[in-house]
Write a protein that binds this ligand. Structure first.
Ligand SMILES: Nc1ncnc2c1ncn2[C@@H]1O[C@H](COP(=O)(O)OP(=O)(O)OP(=O)(O)O)[C@@H](O)[C@H]1O
Ligand SMILES: [Mg+2]
Length: 424
């Protein structure tokens, strides 16, 4: 019998377009989560662990408390985050700060969630909580209304449910465009600079710097821009069906509770990657390039949920990069969302050079990566601002403030010579 403190996890197995029931989640009165794989699932030849480090394929009930967590992190990754929770509060006509339990969030969000699992009330019948498609204009209006704390008209209510299963704090929705699924990220009236365009420029620059970043498009709707980020955890196959790729966040790899996420560190993640990644050396170098890029363009919001890994059986592979956006900066000094080297999250090239050996990158290669990225940013910044039609003020906010801020060159003034571009 299903009660509202119990639900079933359904999982899309590799190469399958329909889910199977994988296990049962219980949340006790203290909010602690437990999970047990179903016998039918354990008997399958093609069974896969949700995340073997956290939920190995065993036939026993597992308690999150036993690993120092309240919720299993690999399950929490598929549940709504700040934005999705806000939409659910609005849908249920509750105050934004009213307490809701985790199960309510899990069961009131749409089914097209991150990765390859979904939450259901039945172990025998899968019913997708899919929602009607909406236009980008409707989605943007709905996001504006929620962000302003107002009540959504019923016709927009459905539209925005698309975004509830996606993580993150910024307003977003999920859209399907022919053969791909996209996350649409919107602006808000409280943005102090053009975040949508800045994220577009940074994501494009990342690709030009040799980073494997998610594909992005800038679209214009109702007088506003929206960023479309192609989902890398979905693949369209014959018959209008989709594969869902398993994925977990960096926070899950670190097995840290969200409340102490600010203690997360790149060296610790690399240590885990060495044991778990299928192609450790490639992934560690790729992650190093992302850390350097975050420092160079001032993306200090690089917390552990802004990194993710595909799960392949018991192994991991770094996903493409996402959510890279220069953060507004007035002064010089800045710190990152994760520790870069020996307890320091300082946004400096010096820190990146010191950290290189941790990522198994030689000092010579590290310097080459840094120099190449500075040159690319210097060379391509203007083109990309033009392409995004970023205003002169928008460029002033980025150039030498968030992007290539003087402070990052601390004790490495010689690299400043590579920065030759000047705003008109
Ligand atoms: N291209 C993508 N493909 C699949 N999943 C993605 C993609 N981009 C983001 N995600 C997932 O969606 C979540 C939210 O996206 P994103 O981090 O871009 O949103 P955000 O609101 O800007 O986040 P934050 O709260 O960090 O500012 C991510 O944590 C990640 O799990
Ligand atoms: Mg994010």
């Amino acid at each position: 019998m299903t009660s509202n403190n119990t639900c079933y996890v359904w999982k899309w197995l590799k190469g399958k377009t329909e889910p199977v029931v994988a296990g049962i989640i219980r949340i006790d009165n203290n909010g602690e989560m437990s999970f047990r794989y179903g016998n039918s699932y354990l008997q399958r030849n093609d069974k896969e662990p949700i995340y073997a480090e956290e939920l190995p394929l065993i036939g026993e009930q597992m308690f999150a408390g036993n690993i120092g967590l309240i919720n299993f992190s690999s399950i929490r990754d598929a549940a709504p985050d700040a934005w999705g929770r806000r939409v659910i509060h609005s849908k249920l006509e509750l105050d934004p700060d009213q307490f809701l339990d985790e199960m309510t969030y899990m069961m009131n969000s749409s089914s097209d969630r991150i990765g390859s699992i979904d939450f259901q009330s039945s172990p025998t019948q899968y019913e997708a909580r899919d929602v009607e498609q909406a236009t980008l204009a409707e989605l943007q209006s709905a996001a504006d209304i929620i962000a302003a704390g107002q009540k959504l008209p019923i016709e927009l209510d459905k539209a925005l449910l698309h975004g509830t299963a996606l993580g993150g704090a910024r307003p977003k929705a999920m859209i399907i465009d022919n053969d791909a699924k996209y996350i649409a990220k919107f602006s808000t009236s409280t943005d102090t600079y053009d975040i949508v365009k800045s994220e577009y420029i940074a994501m494009k620059l990342a690709t030009l710097c040799g980073i494997n970043a998610a594909e992005v498009k800038l679209v214009h709707t109702t007088g506003k821009d929206a960023l479309l980020v192609k989902r890398f955890d979905r693949e369209k196959v014959a018959g209008n069906n989709w594969y869902r790729q398993s994925m977990i966040s960096g926070l899950t790899v670190l097995q840290l509770d969200e409340s102490i996420a600010h203690y997360s560190s790149y060296p610790e993640i690399v240590e885990k990657m060495q044991r778990l990644c299928k192609s450790f050396s490639e992934d560690a170098t790729e992650l190093y390039k992302r850390v350097v890029f975050n420092v160079l363009i001032g993306n200090t919001d690089d917390h552990a949920r802004n990194h993710a890994f595909f799960v392949d059986g018991e192994q991991l592979l770094l996903t493409p990069a996402y959510d890279i956006c220069p953060q507004n900066r007035t002064g010089g000094e800045a710190g990152h969302g994760m520790i870069i080297h020996k307890g320091s999250n300082k946004s400096t090239i010096k820190n990146c050079l010191l950290a290189a050996p941790t990522f198994h990158v030689s000092p010579k290669d590290a310097l080459k990566i840094i120099e190449n990225q500075i040159k690319t940013i210097n060379h391509k910044f203007e083109n990309l601002c033009d392409e995004a039609n970023l205003s002169p003020e928008g460029r002033r906010i980025l150039w030498k403030r968030a992007v290539l801020n003087d402070y990052i060159f601390y004790e490495h003034d010689e690299l400043k010579e590579l920065v030759t571009y000047q705003l008109p």
